[in-house]
Write a protein that binds this ligand. Structure first.
Ligand SMILES: [Zn+2]
Length: 285
């Protein structure tokens, strides 16, 4: 399978000029997940659907929703998919109550960004890394037909995040195989990316920078819907993620023409090339 250059990937994302490579002199990496297909440039569109899949509601909004909002802003569709309600995030608030707060916050955030919110009800901290979850995520992929998926990088201190990484990779594989019979027909995802998350930092690489300047104010407003955004549970998400966007924006401007410069950005990691195996070479599951 032909490995695509970063420029081709950016074109496929439908947001070409809005995205900058962090290390333009690096060799291109393959980025096709098993079960994925390559799009031709004529299929590439700003109308692409981006699905953010995370273990907890806060992860979808703090680390992935700026990209989803950017996609909506460009004429596409954004889906925020949380596999749990994150109900154990604040030990001072009963889980049922806190879970409902997290769901409400995600729905409000999605509305602010013009995206959709979607949930599975698995217990926070106990997200099962099993086939049942994989097939539920597979079904959601077949239903929403995302062109791009952003999820957790596996280098995480949180077991739910690591489980999510493995669940999503296999769900993309299942979703793309016509031989896997589900209610809906197969759908192949074109691009898998990993979000920058303070809990998933081990081995994360800032391969791409996405300009989120047009949606930054709305993304901050979306994050403010969350009860832990300002450090209520011990981590100052507000300071960290807003500063990170400024930092990534500054790095993205290095070597760029003045006309291409943008203010704030999110870093995204490409799926490593060892994952770029053509689906034909894989054994049947
Ligand atoms: Zn999390």
């Amino acid at each position: 399978m032909k490995q695509r250059s970063r420029r081709e990937i950016l074109k496929e994302l439908g947001i070409g000029a809005a995205v900058m490579s962090a290390r333009p002199k690096d060799s291109p990496q393959g980025t096709v997940w098993p079960g994925a297909r390559s799009k031709t440039s004529s299929e590439a569109s700003a109308h692409a659907t981006l699905m953010a899949i995370a273990a907890h509601p806060g992860d979808t909004v703090f680390t992935m929703a700026a990209a989803a909002g950017r996609q909506v802003n460009a004429g596409g569709r954004g889906v925020l998919f949380s596999l749990t309600h994150g109900e154990h995030g604040d030990p001072a608030i009963p889980p049922a109550e806190y879970g409902a707060m997290q769901v409400a916050a995600t729905e409000k955030a999605a509305k602010i960004l013009g995206a959709e919110a979607l949930f599975l009800p698995y217990p926070d901290g106990e997200l099962p890394n099993n086939e049942a979850v994989r097939f539920q995520v597979c079904d959601a992929i077949r239903k929403y037909k995302p062109d791009i998926i952003i999820t957790h990088w596996k280098g995480s201190m949180h077991k739910d995040h690591r489980a999510c990484y493995h669940i999503v990779g296999d769900a993309i594989f299942y979703a793309g195989l016509p031989g896997i019979k589900r209610e809906l027909p197969a759908h192949s995802v074109s691009q898998l990316l990993f979000a920058e998350n303070w809990e998933d930092a081990k081995g994360f690489k800032d391969d791409l920078y996405l300009d989120v300047t047009p949606v930054f104010a709305r993304w901050v407003e979306a994050c403010e819907a969350f009860p832990m955004w300002r450090g209520e549970t011990g981590f100052d998400y507000d300071d960290y993620y807003k500063s990170l966007a400024v930092t990534r924006g500054a790095l993205a401007r290095v070597g760029q023409k003045r006309s291409n410069r943008f203010k704030v950005a999110v870093a995204l990691m490409l799926a490593p090339s060892w994952l770029a195996r053509p689906v034909e070479s894989l054994p049947s599951p």
